[in-house]
Design a protein around this ligand. Structure first.
Ligand code: UDP
Length: 694
């Protein structure tokens, strides 16, 4: 635009070489005939900002007001303070129109169903989502087990894993036009008779061969974890034989666990039951004990056998140690802390597990670049006002994505607009710590995690309440039944105690986090009840695999991966030296090429006795950070968060299965919703190798 080009050029200078490479390869629009670029990075941010702001016209805003909103959206993106997820950047204002990264699709035990939820209906839905850059999650545990009967053909069922293989091949075929590879999450609940085959489906000889487009996770329950601790037997259930078609054994467990409070059952379910003639997924006998539930399953002939819970758990641990799969998603915790538990029960998550979603729901994500909110100086601190303001615009933007989205299927549109979930996350967390001079593996850092999460959640939630006054609440909002997650956030000290870490926080860090520490949620609750709520969830910690490269910062809440490393991405290999690390080396006059290339051999410095102590403490990489600190950071970000956290518990290759076992058990106790471990070099293909020497 007129006179604007100077600013545009300056903003482009914020982009690193790698950011430009990624943008050029996949994000910037090209003329389809000549293949010439038709936009610069700043024009891309403008395209997205204008397209999303335009939504406000349909809420009665004037052209002038919309222009102002668009300017703010542009501002937060082009300053790299906030970026929406990849599909929003790629597809806004284009012929494709899917803007969300996360989807969960139902899989019923039938070839096809009138609602379009059968196996082959879902296969088609998956292809449509993948085509436009979305990731899909599925719960396959409603499918009858291998060897079970098929009445219509008098044949024998081939089981859920055989169908997963078809989904996997389809994913390979629809490689999303070369822009983004389809990612899947396959979940099987732990009561399913095929669960042991499922656990082994990606480990041992199969690890680099089978289901390569799937992350897999076992859907875990509290009853099962308790049985693991007591080494008790648990039943396996055939979902086809349970009384409620398609609900499976966990139908009984839901009843047994009582996610619902009395008020809910009285006021909501019974009404709904009356209206729908008893066809909802829960009935008035919602409260039974686990033992009673087992008796019911037994009586109905649904129990196919019993297994020792500890033995199954050990197989999960062994698989994860060997190959990273399976992970675990804790179904009870997910539903207990699902604010709109009264709509239905969550059975699955998206591929990286940051979004537990109901069937057909989609969610669009976006992440704040925390590194941008450090005020440098002798005593660096956080720019809280700027952070709060950015959060407010980010939530408005994400909410507009829901309306601007072009949904590939009617069911997805309906489910998404009914609950209006958005997922505001963060990136650049470990680089914020470096800039604050705090080692990632310290109680101080955990305290920062805990309070930053609280601050982000507070302001995101507040923004959603304000949006409700302006544009209305999400249709499934029920002010009485809605469950505020801040009522159940675990106290900081309690979590550290679970892993026997003393919650000793230095006074200066306490002081720095005061703003977050003091936030009062009871006021916010009153506001929510009075004014409503625009989005049923507002937060989610995404991996930010690509947008963190565009922002030039560390991904999600992960520690630095390596100070120098080779990154394999779709467009090529990059050798990277962390610029923040270089800055520090310069301070100590250690930025000689000889020193840097020596460091690049291993990617880390913590064992290099010639390095200054400050550098060795602050630049701890993912494999040097102990599993307990990985876990606790994840737990801190989970407490103030109505969705989930994507995090990999990275480990050295020498770690034993015992460590994995401890990590999985502690994750359950810490109230983590989903957990994944990765032992270095346990797969032949990994995206990032640290160090140059191999
Ligand atoms: N995702 C996907 N394919 C990919 C990467 C990501 O489908 O190649 C989906 C997946 O659901 C994941 C989500 O996008 O959980 C967010 O991933 P990430 O934060 O890494 O995406 P970004 O916006 O940084 O590209």
């Amino acid at each position: 635009g007129k006179g604007g080009w100077k600013d545009f050029d300056e903003r482009d200078l914020l982009l690193s070489y790698n950011a430009l490479k990624v943008l050029e390869a996949r994000y910037l629009l090209k003329n389809p005939d000549t293949l010439r670029y038709v936009e610069t990075p700043q024009m891309m941010f403008r395209r997205v900002a204008n397209f999303l702001a335009k939504v406000d016209l349909s809420y009665g805003k004037t052209e002038e007001e919309v222009r102002k909103v668009a300017d703010r959206f542009y501002e937060v993106m082009s300053s790299l303070k906030f970026l929406p997820n990849t599909p929003t950047l790629m597809n806004s204002g284009t012929r494709l129109g899917v803007l969300s990264a996360c989807f969960v699709l139902p899989v019923r035990d039938s070839m096809t169903t009138p609602e379009g939820e059968g196996i082959y209906d879902t296969l088609r839905a998956m292809a449509l989502v993948h085509q436009q850059g979305g990731g899909t999650g599925f719960d396959f545990s409603e499918l009858r087990p291998k060897g079970d009967t098929v009445a219509s053909t008098a044949g024998v069922a081939s089981g859920p894993i055989s169908f997963m293989k078809i989904f996997d091949v389809s994913t390979d075929v629809v490689k999303q036009g070369g822009k983004r590879r389809g990612a899947n999450m396959g979940i099987m609940h732990v009561w399913h008779p095929d669960v042991r085959d499922f656990i082994k489906s990606k480990t041992g000889q199969l690890k680099d061969a089978q289901l390569q487009n799937f992350n897999i996770s076992v859907g875990m329950y509290d009853y099962f974890m308790r049985a693991v601790e007591r080494e008790e037997d648990v039943p396996l259930i055939n979902p086809r034989k349970t009384k409620v078609p398609g609900k499976g054994w966990d139908y009984y467990i839901v009843k047994a666990r009582g996610y619902m409070d009395e008020e809910y059952v009285q006021e909501f379910i019974l009404n709904e039951l009356e209206e729908k003639g008893g066809s909802v997924w829960l009935d008035e006998s919602a409260f039974v004990t686990v033992d009673e539930a087992m008796v019911i399953a037994e009586r109905e002939g649904a129990v196919t056998g019993r297994v020792n819970a500890r033995a199954v758990f050990d197989e999960i641990v062994r698989g994860a140690w060997d190959s990273g799969d399976p992970g675990i998603v804790f179904i009870d915790e997910i539903n207990r802390r699902h604010p709109i538990y009264y709509v239905s029960k969550i059975q699955a998550t998206n591929p990286c597990a940051e979004e537990p979603l109901l069937s057909w729901e989609s969610c669009n994500l976006g992440s704040i670049n925390l590194e941008k909110f450090v005020i440098e100086g002798d005593k660096p601190t956080i720019d809280w006002d700027s952070l709060a303001e950015t959060i407010t615009y980010a939530v408005r933007m994400l909410d507009n994505v829901i309306d601007a989205n072009r949904y590939p299927l009617k069911q997805i549109e309906d489910a998404t607009k009914k609950t209006r979930k958005v997922g505001l996350g963060v990136m650049g967390f470990s680089r914020l710590l470096v800039r604050l001079g705090i080692p990632y593996d310290s109680p101080d850092a955990l305290y920062v995690s805990y309070n930053l999460a609280k601050f982000v959640y507070y302001h995101a939630f507040k923004a959603s309440i304000e949006l409700a006054s302006e544009k209305g609440s999400f249709p499934a909002y029920n002010p009485q039944l809605y469950r505020d997650i801040f009522d159940t956030a675990k106290p900081f000290a309690d979590m550290l105690e679970i892993l026997s870490i003393k919650p000793q926080v230095s006074p200066s860090v306490r002081k720095m986090m005061e703003r977050a520490e003091k936030l009062d949620f009871s006021e916010l609750k009153a506001l929510r009840v009075k004014n409503g709520l625009r989005n049923s969830t507002v937060m989610s910690i995404a991996p930010t695999g690509t947008i963190s490269i565009i922002a030039g910062t560390s991904s999600g809440i992960e520690p630095l991966f390596a100070l120098a490393f080779i990154r394999n991405v779709a467009v090529g290999k990059f050798m990277e030296v962390d610029p923040l690390f270089l800055e520090y080396l310069r301070k100590y006059e250690l930025d000689d090429p000889e020193v840097v290339s020596k460091i690049a051999e291993t990617g880390s410095v913590s064992e290099n006795v010639f390095m200054p102590r400050t550098i060795r403490n602050i630049f701890r990489t993912a494999h040097e950070v102990g599993p307990e600190y990985h876990l606790l950071h994840q737990a801190c970000w989970q407490q103030w968060n109505d969705s989930g956290v994507s995090k990999t518990i990275n480990m050295r290759s020498e770690e034993t299965p015992e460590t994995v076992s401890k990590v999985y058990l502690s994750a359950w106790k810490l109230g983590i919703k989903g957990i994944t471990v990765y032992r270095d070099r346990s797969k032949s293909q990994q995206v990032i190798y640290f160090g140059i020497k191999k």
